[in-house]
Design a protein around this ligand. Structure first.
Ligand code: APR
Ligand code: ZN
Ligand code: ZN
Length: 363
């Protein structure tokens, strides 16, 4: 089958013929119909996070089930499924406590070293990014990383639910648990940030302040529910957020991954407010905290957010239904549908701010 292979850090994406195994145990073989280009895959392809190459990335994947392993119980051939990079064992204390996003034994969903690799290239094993490997015609995924959704949602939109939506919307709904009337700022209005803004509207936030440096992206944030727009190139975003809210927001979500904007998000929260760090920093990146005033006297909380504290089997089908009835805007995030050969150029367009989400739908 065709797959887009990344042969090493900085070497880009190349279409190759890759072998994929049949499902064993709790695995599901999927005919991939759509796979979104999340920023995280580009980060992993361009900087050394310790990943083993060659690798097939692509973790915003949606498709149709072709074959199931003998132990799969709740997923059937023909089901429409969405993949999610949260992998959970289902047996550890975190999983049994309902916090599958904190599972410490997620490796249990992968094959062991003495089993044949799921993906291989001329007999050599290939790393399957996040256990999914969606930049390919087919994907072989553990059932615990798959949610069955309505058949009414187009695949290009369904794919985005698996990362951008669970990460952005989940941070608002599950992690912060934003209540009606509370105030929110979102730093970074890319694919993930817009989902956070949309979820803040769903949650009844009174003020939803979008912060970005590209006017066209900010303007789009209005459709998703932003009530105020701040271009951080034109004014100090911390001052702007404080002015709009009279002292700072209840919740500031950082969805970029830069130390400067992470510090801005912390400073933009009110006394007792919470900054939620969603954006993935570069390896080794650090922030500086003023532990005299900002953190202690102002009684602030900083939270790292793992995948929007998502329970994928519960949340993704709900988000899919919200998309179908128009409460979550996901179609508006799909800037273009591309072929598997165009992944490198589509990532360049993302970095130039020309697109929100490119989605592979053609092989
Ligand atoms: N200030 C404000 N906004 C900025 C700044 C800045 N200094 N630098 C970049 N941005 C904006 C970009 O203009 C863009 O709109 O941040 C946004 C980032 O969006 P995308 O590139 O679409 O990235 P996205 O897929 O949304 O992911 C954002 O979340 O999951 C993580 O790894 C992911 O770190 C990434 C982050
Ligand atoms: Zn677990
Ligand atoms: Zn992602």
């Amino acid at each position: 089958m065709k797959a887009s292979v990344c042969r090493g850090v900085g070497l880009g994406f190349e279409t190759m013929d890759v072998e994929i195994d049949h499902p064993i145990g709790s695995e599901v073989l999927i005919d991939v119909r759509a796979c979104g280009l999340c920023h995280t895959d580009l980060s992993l392809a361009e900087a050394d996070y310790g990943f083993t190459f060659p690798a097939v990335f692509g973790h915003e994947m949606a498709g149709v089930v072709r074959e199931t392993g003998p132990l799969v119980k709740d997923i059937c051939v023909g089901d429409h499924v969405v993949g999610c990079l949260i992998a959970f064992c289902g047996r550890c204390v975190a999983c049994l406590s309902g916090r599958t996003h904190e599972c410490g034994k997620s490796g249990a969903t992968l094959r062991s070293a003495d089993e044949p690799a799921r993906l291989s290239l001329a007999g050599t094993a290939i790393t399957q990014g996040f256990g999914i490997g969606g930049f390919a015609e087919q994907a072989l995924v553990h059932e615990n990383q798959l949610a069955v959704i309505t058949r009414d949602l187009p695949f290009a939109q369904a794919a985005i639910l698996g990362c951008a939506t669970v990460t952005g919307a989940g941070a608002v709904i599950n992690t912060a648990r934003v209540r009606p009337g509370e105030t929110v700022a979102v730093f970074g209005t890319g694919g993930v940030g817009l989902n956070a803004i949309n979820a803040a509207r769903l949650s009844g936030a009174s003020r939803i302040i979008a912060v970005d440096i590209i006017d066209s992206k900010l303007k789009r944030a209005l459709d998703f529910g932003a009530t105020h727009l701040v271009n951080a190139n034109d004014s100090d975003p911390v001052e702007a957020v404080r002015d709009i809210t009279g002292g700072g927001v209840d919740f500031a979500f950082e969805v970029i991954g830069l130390p400067a904007t992470q510090e801005q998000a912390i400073r933009a929260t009110r006394h007792g407010g919470t900054a939620l760090l969603i954006g993935l920093g570069k390896p080794g990146s650090r922030i500086t905290l003023d532990t005299s005033i900002s953190m202690l006297v102002e009684h602030k909380t900083i939270r790292g957010v793992a995948m929007g504290s998502t329970n994928l089997k519960r949340d993704i089908p709900i988000y899919a239904d919200f998309c179908v009835d128009g409460r979550l805007l996901v179609g508006e995030l799909v800037s273009e549908e591309i072929s598997i050969h165009e992944i490198s150029s589509a990532y360049q367009r993302l970095m130039l701010g020309e697109t929100l989400r490119s989605v592979v739908t053609r092989w």
